[in-house]
Each structure stands twice: as structure tokens, then as C-alpha cells.
Design a protein around this ligand. Structure first.
Ligand SMILES: [Ca+2]
Ligand SMILES: [Ca+2]
Length: 335
């Protein structure tokens, strides 16, 4: 009995639906049924989010919610550029530096195909500190894990700052969480987590335990494996995803005569275009990373002016690794 009622209800809905189909809808069904899709989402400023679609669209509705603050709704308006697939959504306020926010919106294309979507973005960081890559360890000897050390040149917040690790095709980005830093601080991105007591620090420099963590540096723990930081590599530090490049390190072993992949070559060219490495993007202008081990790291030579080139860098002597402190001045001298 229940099943026949269900079929009857379906039938009625089906009949009603066919009555509602107008000639225009039929023509749509016979034509383009492709729903516009999201192509990219970027924050442009504290209150602007740029969304690119696969087609020109008009917006029907939009608002922003903050999942960590239920009930907080941020009024949102929009402005589509003419003949462009991009819409700029303008928020009545910044969700906050590093705060997770969700843009909920509905759009439709010229044929009436519509898309409702919810997309996560991170509140724009207007206070990105200036950062320099200062040292890298590419060797692994548990519990000594691969790391990158950065030096902070100006006060700010790390939220959203992105490291691009071009030789790592599996996981080529790391994005820093919210952390207020000051000029002169050291930042340590450890690429593996192989011990107990590891804490990604946000408000206390002495919160984390772990080999090579430092109570005088900000420690961040990634969870990678399988040689995540290679010695022939291009490393970029961006202000945010898709944002300007602040610093770069091009490094290579001397048995390589050219970059081993397009990803590395393109990253090297990006660094040179941004003015943070030179004189060219060729592998022959990369810093030499021969003879690195878990205790011999590649570091900036202390006290030198930053010339954005290989001459700023050297592999230090045995036991010269210096996570969270000034780099060793003693170079490794091959026997
Ligand atoms: Ca620390
Ligand atoms: Ca150091």
C-alpha cells in the first residue's frame, strides 16, 4: 500500500512538472546544459574576495559566514566586470587575519543555468612580515628531520604565508597558521613529526618540545615523509597563495647541469622575475648544495649583505646545523 502511494505521489509530481515546462526551458534543455563552475578564489584585500568562474555569470545572492563563530554573518555585495568571468565580492568587514570564512553565493549564466556554492577562504592578512630564508637541512636522521629556518625582518603575522617547495611534487606547499612575530625572530618549519610533545606554536615560543625545536624560535611541525626537502630545489616564500614572492633559494648539486623538471625551472624563473634571485634562473646560478648531511646544512653566511644570489650561501662544517640561531661561519671543506 505504502509503495503504491509513493508511486502515485511521484506520478503527480511528474505530471505537474511537465505542465510547468515552458518553450524556453525546452530550448535550454536542447542547448547548453552546462552549469557554470568555480575556477579560482583569491582574497584581494581585507574586504575583497575575487572569484573566477568558467563562464560569465550574474550573482543572485551572497553572504559570508564564519564557522568558528556561529551566527556571525558578514554582509556581502558584488561587482562583476563586464564581459569577464570574474566577480569581486565586497565584505562589510574583514573576517580577521587568518580567520576561516565561508562565502555562500548563488550565480547564474546567461542561459539561466545556476550554481549555488559555499567556498572556504582565509581572512586576508594585511600585516605580512618581511621574511628571509636563512638555512635548510635536507638530510634526515631520526629524530633530526628536514627543516627550513627563516629570519623575520619586520613585525607582523604569519597567517597564510606560503612556502613553495618546487621539488616536492606530492606536497609542494606549506601555509603558516596565525602567529604574531617580531623583527629578529627565527621561524622553523620542521617537515616531519616523529616525536611526542611537538606543538605548532602560536603564542609562546617555548611551547614545543622535539629535537631541534628552540624555546627562542617559533616552531611549526609539518607531517610529511619520503625525503620531503631535496637538495636540488627551488624554494619560494610568498606573502599568500598566489601573492608576491618575498624571498627564494635556488640550490643544486653540481652533478646537475639543468633543472630536473619544468616545475623547478618555472619556480626559478618566478624567483628571478620577482627580483629575489639572480643573475639568471639557470641551475648554474643556484647555490651549491653538495655534501649536505643531517648536521651539514645550507645557510646564509652570517654578516653578509643579502645579494639574492648563490654567493650568500654555503654548506657548513660537520655539526654546524643551527636551527633557531645564527648560522655557522665555518664552511665544510671536502677532503
Ligand atoms: Ca619554539
Ligand atoms: Ca640557523
Amino acid at each position: 500500500m505504502k509503495q503504491s502511494m509513493f508511486i502515485a505521489v511521484l506520478f503527480i509530481i511528474g505530471t505537474l512538472s511537465s505542465c510547468l515546462v515552458d518553450p524556453e526551458t525546452i530550448s535550454v534543455w536542447g542547448g547548453d546544459m552546462t552549469v557554470p563552475e568555480l575556477a579560482s578564489v583569491h582574497t584581494l584585500s581585507a574586504r575583497e574576495v575575487s572569484v573566477e568562474f568558467t563562464d560569465t555569470v550574474s550573482v543572485s545572492s551572497a553572504l559570508v559566514e564564519c564557522p568558528d563563530d556561529p551566527g556571525r554573518i558578514i554582509g556581502t555585495s558584488w561587482n562583476a566586470e563586464e564581459d569577464s568571468n570574474t566577480v569581486i565580492f565586497t565584505l562589510s568587514e574583514n573576517p580577521g587575519i587568518g580567520v576561516s570564512a565561508v562565502l555562500n553565493a548563488a550565480v547564474r549564466d546567461a542561459r539561466g543555468n545556476s550554481l549555488s556554492f559555499s567556498v572556504l577562504f582565509i581572512g586576508y592578512n594585511e600585516r605580512v612580515p618581511r621574511l628571509l630564508i636563512n638555512e635548510i637541512r635536507t638530510g634526515y636522521d631520526k629524530p633530526k628531520v628536514e627543516y627550513m629556518e627563516l629570519v623575520v625582518l619586520s613585525d607582523g603575522n604569519l597567517a597564510g604565508v606560503q612556502i613553495e617547495n618546487a621539488m616536492n611534487s606530492k606536497q609542494c606547499y606549506y601555509v603558516f597558521p596565525f602567529c604574531e612575530v617580531r623583527a629578529g625572530d627565527y621561524v622553523l618549519w620542521h617537515l616531519r613529526s616523529v616525536e611526542e610533545g611537538l606543538v605548532t606554536e602560536s603564542d609562546r615560543m617555548d611551547a614545543s618540545a622535539g629535537k631541534d625545536s628552540s624555546p627562542f624560535a617559533w616552531d611549526f611541525w609539518d607531517v610529511q615523509d619520503r625525503s620531503p626537502l631535496k637538495s636540488t630545489n627551488v624554494l619560494l616564500v610568498r606573502e599568500r597563495s598566489g601573492g608576491p614572492v618575498m624571498d627564494a633559494l635556488l640550490c643544486a648539486e653540481t652533478d646537475k647541469s639543468e633543472w630536473p623538471s619544468d616545475a623547478l625551472r618555472l619556480a626559478a624563473e618566478t624567483a628571478v622575475s620577482a627580483g629575489v634571485w639572480g643573475p639568471t634562473a639557470l641551475i648554474t646560478d643556484a647555490a651549491c648544495s653538495d655534501y649536505m648531511t643531517p648536521t651539514r646544512t645550507l645557510g646564509r653566511i652570517p654578516g653578509r649583505e643579502d645579494t639574492n644570489s648563490a654567493s650568500d650561501w654555503m654548506v657548513c662544517a660537520n655539526s654546524g646545523a643551527s636551527p633557531g640561531t645564527e648560522n655557522s661561519v665555518k664552511p665544510y671543506e671536502p677532503k
